[in-house]
Write a protein that binds this ligand. Sequence first.
Ligand SMILES: Nc1nc2c(ncn2[C@@H]2O[C@H](COP(=O)(O)OP(=O)(O)OP(=O)(O)O)[C@@H](O)[C@H]2O)c(=O)[nH]1
Ligand SMILES: [Mg+2]
Length: 418
Amino acid sequence: MTPVILAGIENETENFSYTIAELDALATAADLQSTRIFKQKLEHPIAATYLGKGKAEEIKEAALQTESEILVVNDELTPTQIRNLENITGLEVIDRTALILRIFSSRAKTREAKLQVQIAKLNYQLPRLHTNSAEKLDQQTAGGGFTNRGAGEKRRELDRRVIQKKISALNKELKEIAKEHETKQKQRLRSDIKTVALVGYTNAGKSTTLNGLLQLFGQNKTKQVFEKDMLFATLDTSVRKLTFPDNKSLLLSDTVGFVSKLPHQLVKAFRTTLAEAKNADLLLHVVDLSDEHYQAMIETTEQTLKEIGVSEIPMLYVFNKADKLNTKYPVLTGDELTFSAKDPASLQALAALIKTKLFSDYQTQTYLIPYDQGSIVERLNKEANVITTKYLPEGTQITAEVAPVLAQKLAPYQQDAT
Ligand SMILES: Nc1nc2c(ncn2[C@@H]2O[C@H](COP(=O)(O)OP(=O)(O)OP(=O)(O)O)[C@@H](O)[C@H]2O)c(=O)[nH]1
Ligand SMILES: [Mg+2]
């Protein structure tokens, strides 16, 4: 791991200990090892240099002692701030946005995720051409070729146009992929099966929760998603079907996690992926209860959801990783579940909670189905929660819990309660 120095500004509006601890974790995720952490109390960053000159000189000194060649900064900097800080410290300056972009870049696997990261990176680079930060970011980009050092304004203008062209080409390709998604999503919506979306902070255990539920209730248990103890393990959306023993079924989707100060370039590029939750009937907000900053993480998640236009969808808070704490689990308090995604009893409790929220519009009805209508009996057995079946002279009498749509279709067979 490459040694680096971290620095940030402490003020009233931000929970510094939380964001700087997170910057440290982000650095680790990008293979960078922090050697020293500098903080400066300032109400606002200094326009020209972000940190004060004195602080920057101190950092330069510390960098020599710790053999660090990179300074990682806790905010997104302006091109001028990057350039000036690079000049004063003699270090490569990576701001928080560039750091997150690096991580996303190294994690992206699918074509869609790669395209989105690429677009976000280019949009970040555009105003920052010829700063070290942007060029280093570019070196990770396969085929990027606009790193002409010492070039003049004309050269920069040319580079700018090359990048802009590249962005629109990539956007076009992304749109094609997005269209396919939309078609699939529309099909899902039409099938009137309910959807639940996992949302929450990165590393909270969303993918683990999906995998656990899939083990218990999945039709295809082998369709596990990638879970790992690292930031941004998941960068795209996966949807899996769950069917409970009472035939109630739903689609569960897993997607990208959030982080504080999520770069706007990424939010923009990932807007369709991030907004997967927009069409859900229910959100499961997964929280890592074992993280001391979990409250701040909840706030960040809620704020991010608002920013991407996800609002007014019912949300359940589920507090994960209870096994790491000295606490009882699973425990349901009101609508809030304390659980562990690795514990089957917890997952059963979670399933029960989801069911009470999602299927409250199911109704219990009794039907009398003539013997020549066998397909309806079959359908009830397949799609509804059959409670009793009696064979009467006139036909099969079935009492079952059914979805509203099915209830409507079967209304002609409904028996009045007598
Ligand atoms: N001890 C413990 N570890 C857990 C639990 N749930 C998840 N983890 C671990 O936490 C790490 C992150 O889990 P993921 O499911 O990948 O987290 P995620 O929310 O999908 O993260 P991103 O995809 O990065 O947004 C993994 O190493 C999991 O094994 C739990 O209940 N208990
Ligand atoms: Mg994940």
